[in-house]
Design a protein around this ligand. Structure first.
Ligand SMILES: [Zn+2]
Length: 225
């Protein structure tokens, strides 16, 4: 807590005062371009890994970057998605998983959750991922198993997003794009899924034009599903 208090003091006395014009613009309201759905993991901060400013990302974080299907949860997730899409009018939704995800590791090893009943219950929303791993990747173990699970999991969450009426309406109008990303803690890189080749590829290795094309491909996949 000492570090937090020190940080609060530093932010208020230095950062906020130096950037007063910027912060005063935020008083009038928000108009974020993107809903960023990520994991609660302390090593994966959406604004830092995308170098975004305050006001640019509407962020939803939970254990395992899970998007429950519409009607499956009365928690904050569906309300946050509906507000971002219908009230704020975000143009993009990113679901970003990450390497070394503890939530997905727990999902793959249910015995570790015996003393964590609420985590176990929450991870029931990731049952589709667990079944995909069990039935399609049963030969994998360890780090390789987790890496594949992280990728499959973000694709399942993209499918789940489309069960939300607010999302379905905007997709049908062509006013919303969905993006499946995986952040690598070891390299600081982000991999994005493309339906063109059904693979994840590094966003930092692509030039801007190719990255835009890849995003368009993601929309096509989303609308076909
Ligand atoms: Zn995680």
């Amino acid at each position: 807590m000492k570090e937090l208090l020190s940080g609060i003091h530093q932010f208020h006395s230095q950062v906020f005062k130096q950037e007063k014009d910027f912060y005063s613009q935020l008083v009038g309201g928000q108009s974020p371009s993107t809903l960023f759905i990520g994991c609660s993991d302390s090593r994966v901060d959406p604004t830092i890994i995308t170098q975004s400013d305050l006001g640019e990302l509407f962020v939803l974080r939970n254990a395992g970057n899970i998007v429950p299907c519409y009607g499956a949860s009365n928690g904050g997730e569906p309300a946050t998605i509906e507000y971002a899409v219908s009230a704020l009018g975000v143009k993009d939704i990113v679901v970003c998983g990450h390497s070394g995800c503890g939530a997905l590791q727990a999902m793959l090893s249910p015995k570790k959750m015996e003393k964590l009943p609420l985590v176990k219950s929450w991870l029931n929303h990731a049952e589709a991922t667990r079944r995909i791993m069990e039935e399609n990747y049963s030969r994998l173990r360890g780090a390789e198993q987790l890496e594949v699970a992280v990728r499959e999991h973000v694709l399942v969450q993209i499918e789940n997003l489309q069960t939300h009426p607010a999302v379905a309406v905007k997709l049908q109008r062509g006013e919303l794009s969905l993006h499946a990303w995986v952040y690598r803690i070891d390299s600081g890189d982000i991999l994005a899924y493309s339906s063109d080749d059904g693979r994840f590829a590094s966003l930092t290795q692509l030039d801007r034009r190719a990255a835009t094309k890849r995003q368009v491909a993601n929309v096509r996949r989303a609308r076909k599903a």
